[in-house]
Design a protein around this ligand. Structure first.
Ligand code: CU
Ligand code: CU
Length: 340
């Protein structure tokens, strides 16, 4: 039988997330990193540090909070960057500034990750415009490695963002925004999975010319973090911070239309998913059609896939949502939408 290649040389992802029985106070567990650092490999019995407290959801998750002064997951949900709007030759032009830089970010209480960011945050700004607008993105690489911005959607090949911009350099990407839908942008420097995983990605929303029905709109980027650089993620989330929306449920109104722009930017794992409890949503695949594809409560998404979800919460309560891959959920990708 083949042995686990990591068993001999280092700690696997599961090892990282386990801690010796006895070192963990279930009620007062510290953050992931603190426990991870205490880990010593040996023959002791191990206990998962997340979800170990029992079967009740409120006992899952991290203890303590991530400072939101740098990055606020609640604010991020509805923070849309429409650029600076000007008129040139009778057409709408939207100008955005994106700067790549190295920055350490906190992805769970006490767990810091040496990220590469657009504008100092992960995900980068949610770029938004209308179909037919002229998009001008002024990119500066203030990071330590070559980077680019590659946009999904339709644009001329020279604007495709596959040629690396060296540190200290810059480039202006410009094109007409087409087609309407939910797209994304990310760095396309080599090695690709490392550059994306380090945090260089964001949502790119092109509204239909006539817009969509009024709704409470939320951007959710599913992501993961390989905190020990073994090629596997140790922390999963929507919008970077593990369990952020468990600790601070997303407030919505009963009866209002809620629209989620959902993107899978997870590296290393081939699929991710979005499962909603006690309710169902209309799924608009890639957001490129105004007729919904299906009514569901669970969608499976490959890397780079994205969909628009619409739902109404019929009665008050905390509606759980999470990856249907249980492992991802237990490692941070779980939250609540609170209808009131
Ligand atoms: Cu890059
Ligand atoms: Cu892509």
């Amino acid at each position: 039988m083949a042995s686990n290649p990591k068993a001999a040389g280092g700690l696997s992802r599961r090892d990282f997330l386990k801690v010796k029985v006895g070192t963990l106070s279930l009620a007062g567990a510290a953050g992931l990193a603190a426990l991870g650092r205490k880990l010593v490999k040996g023959s002791e019995t191990y206990l998962p540090i997340i979800g170990a407290a029992g079967h009740e959801h409120h006992e899952m998750g991290t203890v303590g909070t991530v400072s939101s002064s740098d990055f606020d997951p609640i604010a991020f949900l509805s923070d849309f960057d429409w650029g600076v709007l000007t008129q040139e030759g009778g057409r709408a032009v939207r100008t955005y500034d994106l700067i790549a830089s190295d920055k350490e970010i906190e992805v769970a209480p006490g767990v810091f990750f040496p990220a590469w960011t657009y504008n100092g945050r992960v995900p980068g700004p949610t770029i938004r415009c209308r179909a037919g607008d002229w998009i001008r993105v002024r990119f500066v690489n203030a990071g330590s490695h070559p980077h680019t911005i590659h946009f999904h959607g339709i644009h001329p090949v020279p604007m495709d963002g596959i040629d690396p911009i060296l540190p200290g350099g810059g480039f202006v990407y410009e094109f007409e925004a087409q087609p309407f839908g939910l797209h994304l942008y990310h760095c396309h420097a080599i090695p690709l999975k490392r550059h994306i995983h380090k945090g260089l990605y964001g949502a790119f929303i092109i509204d239909p010319p006539q817009g969509r029905p009024a709704a409470r709109e939320l951007t959710m980027v599913m992501n993961g973090f390989d905190t020990n650089f073994d090629g596997e993620n140790e922390v999963y989330a929507v919008n970077t911070v593990a369990f952020a929306y468990m600790h601070r449920p997303i407030p919505v109104a009963v009866g209002e239309l809620v629209r989620i722009y959902l993107i899978n930017a997870t590296e290393f794992d081939p699929i991710n998913s979005f499962h909603l409890h006690a309710n169902m949503y209309k799924l608009f695949r890639t957001g490129t059609d105004l007729e919904h594809f299906e009514l569901t409560d669970n969608v499976i998404m490959g890397q780079g896939e994205r969909h628009v979800l619409e739902m109404v919460f019929p009665s008050p309560g905390r509606y759980m949502f999470h990856a249907h891959q249980s492992e991802f959920a237990e490692l941070g990708w779980m939250g609540f939408i609170e209808a009131a």
